[in-house]
Design a protein around this ligand. Sequence first.
Ligand code: EPU
Length: 441
Amino acid sequence: MSSVLTIRGGVPLTGRVTVRGAKNLVPKAMVAALLGNEPSVLRNVPEIKDVEVVTSLLQLHGVTVEKDPHTGDLTLDPTNAKTASHTAIDAHAGDSRIPILLCGPLIHAIGEAFIPDLGGCKIGDRPIDYHLDVLRQFGAVVEKRPGGIHISAPGGLKGAKISLPYPSVGATEQVLLSATRAEGITELSGAATEPEIVDLIAVLQKMGAIISVQTDRTIRIEGVPDLGGYNHRALSDRNESASWASAALVTRGDIFVEGATQRDMMTFLNTYRKVGGGMEIGDDGIRFYHKGGKLNPLVLETDVHPGFMTDWQQPLIVALTQAEGVSIVHETVYENRFGFTDALIRMGANIQVHRECLGSVPCRFGQRNFLHSAVISGPAQLTGTDIDVPDLRGGFSHLIAALAAYGTSRVTGIDIINRGYERFTEKLAGLGADFDITSAE
Ligand code: EPU
């Protein structure tokens, strides 16, 4: 049964939250375990829906997944991997985008893969053409079947020279997971180099892979016939950390985010400082706080790493509604990531979205029909309203807007937030938020 949050706004969030392993690494490290010929151990695993989905998918394919009841560490044993029934896999259709990354490892383990139609946040079309092109270049045969896609490689996967049209995170991971055990050398140009990708490379290297990352977005992989297991502590979730940082700013609060890592968040920290947010960077986390004065507007462009991450944009825009003056945010990664601003406008925010590229560099969405630039004028008094959560980061943004707003908000669809924010209602309660949870009728 779905839940409803009734939020009484106006309370500054203060206290401490702990952020664990990254949602955008952990499920992929779990998939990598399928490539080994012995068990792997993954530590710092958050309790989020995406981990549950991948656990079920791996179990359907004969992988044993055991969770340590005290630490939450996962032991993944792929030694009895097998073909899963299509009906069972189909039950996961629409749950997540991670299943597409099972292709390479499944072909290596059992010779074929069936991938259900994919879910994930509705923040654009989110096609999988790069993934399928990459698999074909490794020699795979891709067939559309009812409810999903069947992929096989009668002659095995072969190393290839691949160039991505855009540095896609998922397509880069597809190449890594397929190439490590492919025959021969793979050279990928135009690769994404997000910290989560570097952590996945670290996992694969522990398993025995030979992968080098060059400075020009080229990754070179020398295929090896077999891989072993790994023991790895997942890097921390920098997107969740940035979300709590924005929550502190929006609610005029003070939050110590245990697990936030400076190295992976440098671009965010520079922006946070320019907006006027306070921070104290420690060894075990970062304290984020509102300094009490005015917030500054800014001009911002999202980009692939090392640029300002698209996933940081949505919560930060709520803070920009409180800055003194006009801010411009140009979204260059997803064509449709400003739908969440409708609810903010209903709450009193002053935001216009435009089709033009309002950033310094024209992006691939310019001159097309995508509302991908936002102009935010502040400060605006936000007032509570009824909200239905649209997507993961947009939903978190609505929550923090409601927590800062005058009056009461009723938020439905909060289960989407469980996909990527571990125990978020417990964390909100610990920070002093004033809310109730009830079951939807
Ligand atoms: N794209 C294509 N074709 C493809 C794949 C991607 O056109 O086959 C396009 C996308 O539509 C998008 C762009 O390329 O416009 C970038 O997509 P990318 O492949 O980099 O994204 P992803 O791998 O699907 C991951 C994260 C996202 C994060 C992006 C960008 C996971 C599970 N998801 O998605 O996280 O926004 O990289 O960094 O790792 C989130 O955490 O809220 C989230 C959406």
